[in-house]
Design a protein around this ligand. Structure first.
Ligand code: Z5A
Ligand code: MG
Length: 217
């Protein structure tokens, strides 16, 4: 009996209101229609004890030292890592709304001199590495014009500009070849169509015949 082919690990990243959650939903629905098993996850996962601390921090109800909250975001991914690996191994494709790329850039964007991008990326080393990371790129002005912007900590245009620059920095790094930028200013259907194309390319390529990698920097 031939082994079950592994699932793919697909991450959707971008600024607040770039359309990540909308596009993750659409991508999952399309993958299911294509006959694939799919698990939709998101970070922060606010349902765990660590996630609840993150949630109250993001709502401004509690304070945390910058490094502490950074490590909590990372721990929130590490606590899910065994589950991600098991889904992929058993043939389920995992679609994740935000992952360690957000982890690194939001903390580094705080301009704390002791919390650089290089420092912020370290606790993420060893996490399951995505086969594809779709970066939904949108200007902070366009993102701010979409409904719901402004409710949580970090949702200021200055912070969003720095976050966008840091995402661009990650895109340039040779170790992040799985990152692809997509214009998130296009219509929802256009963005979805581009993402379907990227999905088809991934499933038709050689990459998924190789084992899932661990993130290395
Ligand atoms: N954070 C961190 O610091 N460290 C970490 O490790 C992680 C996260 C993982 C909460 O994240 C915060 O946590 C976040 C980063 C930080 N920063 N802040 N603040 P979150 O993921 O829970 O929440 P969010 O990212 O603020 O934003 P969001 O609301 O989830 O945005 P979205 O998912 O990208 O957008 P959406 O909900 O799909 O769409 C937003 C609206 O735009 C909605 O009305 C849509 O109908 C509309 N929309 C979507 N696409 C389009 C297009 N193409 N055209 C027009 N309108 C559209
Ligand atoms: Mg969202």
């Amino acid at each position: 009996m031939s082994p079950v082919p592994r699932g793919a690990l697909i991450v959707v990243e971008g600024l607040d209101r770039a359309g990540k959650s909308t596009q993750c939903e659409k991508l999952c629905r399309w993958l299911e229609q294509e006959g694939r098993r799919v698990k939709h996850m998101r970070f922060p996962n606010r349902s765990t004890p660590i996630g609840k601390s993150i949630d109250s921090y993001l709502r401004g109800e509690t304070q945390q030292e910058d490094h502490v909250i950074h490590l909590l975001f990372s721990a929130n991914r590490w606590e899910a890592a065994p589950q991600i690996i098991e889904h992929i191994r058993s043939g389920t494709t995992v679609v994740i709304d935000r992952y360690y790329y957000s982890g690194a850039v939001y903390s580094a964007a705080k301009k704390n001199p002791n919390l650089t991008l290089e420092w912020a990326i370290q606790p993420e080393i060893g996490l399951p590495k995505p086969d594809l990371c779709i970066f939904l790129d949108i200007s902070s002005t366009d993102a701010a014009a979409r409904s719901g912007f402004g409710g949580e900590r970090y949702e200021t245009s200055e912070m969003q500009k720095r976050v966008r620059n840091l995402f661009q920095e990650l895109l340039q790094k040779p170790q992040n070849k799985e990152m692809v930028a997509v214009n998130a200013g296009d219509s929802m259907e256009e963005v979805h169509e581009t993402m379907r194309r990227l999905g088809n390319k991934l499933f038709e390529g050689e990459g998924l015949s190789k084992p899932l990698k661990s993130f290395d920097y």
